[in-house]
Design a protein around this ligand. Structure first.
Ligand code: MG
Ligand code: ZN
Length: 230
C-alpha cells in the first residue's frame, strides 16, 4: 500500500490559491502592460527599434547579442540594456565590444519589467540611437508575462537544456518573433534532437521564425538578423 501512496501523482493546481492573489497579480501585469505601451510610444517617437532577448541562463543570449552587434554596429547606433540580478558580467562584455550598455540590477526579481526599462531609457540618449537590445534576466517563465515595449521578441534556447525546454515552457514561445535553437554542435553529445525542438516550437507558435545556430561560432547569426528585418 505504501507503494501506492508513493507512486500516486499529487498535483497542486494553479487555481487553488486565493482569489486575492489572482487579482493582485492581474493588477501588476496590467500596470506593466500600460508602462510597456508607453515605452513603445517613447521608442517610436525617437524612431528607435527595441528587441527583447529572453532565455535561460547559459542559453547564449549575450553571445547572440554580441555577434549581432559585431555585424551591425557600423550600420546602426546600438545600445544594450542588460538585466541581471546582481552581476555586470554581460554588460562589461558588451562594453568591451564598443557598444553602450545600461545595466539594470533587478535584485531578487527574476525578470525585467517595463518600469525598469523606462528608467534605463531615461539614461540613454535616444536621439542618438537606432537600435536597442534588451537582454532579459535568465529565466524561461515570467519574462513572457512582462512585455517591455519592445518591437520584437527573441527567445534563445540551447540543446544543452534538454529535450523538454519548449513543452515545459510553452508560454515563453507563444509571442516570440524569432526563436534561436543554439549550440547545435552539442546536440549529439546531449542526445537532443533539434528537429523535435523545432516541431515543439512550431506547435505553440506557427509564425515564429526558427533559426538553428551556433552563436559562439557565428552560425545562424545572419539569419537571425534577416528574421529581425535589420
Ligand atoms: Mg547573458
Ligand atoms: Zn520573474
Amino acid at each position: 500500500m505504501l507503494w501506492g501512496m508513493i507512486m500516486s501523482k499529487i498535483i497542486v493546481r494553479e487555481d487553488e490559491g486565493e482569489k486575492l492573489d489572482v487579482e493582485l497579480e492581474r493588477s501588476v501585469t496590467e500596470r506593466n502592460k500600460m508602462l510597456a505601451d508607453e515605452n513603445r510610444r517613447i521608442l517610436d517617437s525617437y524612431k528607435v527599434r527595441a528587441i527583447d532577448v529572453m532565455g535561460a541562463t547559459g542559453s547564449g543570449k549575450t553571445t547572440l547579442i554580441l555577434q549581432i552587434c559585431r555585424r551591425l554596429k557600423d550600420r546602426y547606433r546600438i545600445a544594450v540594456i542588460k538585466g541581471d540580478l546582481t552581476s555586470s558580467i554581460d554588460s562589461d562584455m558588451i562594453m568591451r565590444e564598443g557598444v553602450d550598455s545600461v545595466q539594470v540590477n533587478t535584485g531578487r526579481e527574476c525578470h525585467l519589467d517595463a518600469s525598469q526599462i523606462r528608467r534605463a531609457l531615461e539614461k540613454l540618449d535616444l536621439s542618438n540611437l537606432e537600435l536597442i537590445f534588451i537582454e532579459n534576466v535568465g529565466n524561461l517563465i515570467c519574462p513572457a508575462e512582462f512585455p517591455l515595449g519592445s518591437h520584437k521578441r527573441v527567445v534563445v534556447i540551447s540543446v544543452t537544456e534538454g529535450p523538454y525546454t519548449v513543452v515545459k515552457h510553452p508560454f515563453m514561445f507563444m509571442d516570440a518573433d524569432v526563436v534561436v535553437v543554439n549550440k547545435m554542435d552539442l546536440s549529439e553529445a546531449m542526445r537532443v534532437d533539434p528537429d523535435k525542438l523545432v516541431q515543439d516550437i512550431r506547435r505553440v507558435n506557427p509564425r515564429a521564425h526558427i533559426v538553428k545556430a551556433i552563436c559562439r561560432d557565428g552560425m545562424g547569426i545572419d539569419e537571425v538578423i534577416r528574421a529581425l528585418d535589420l
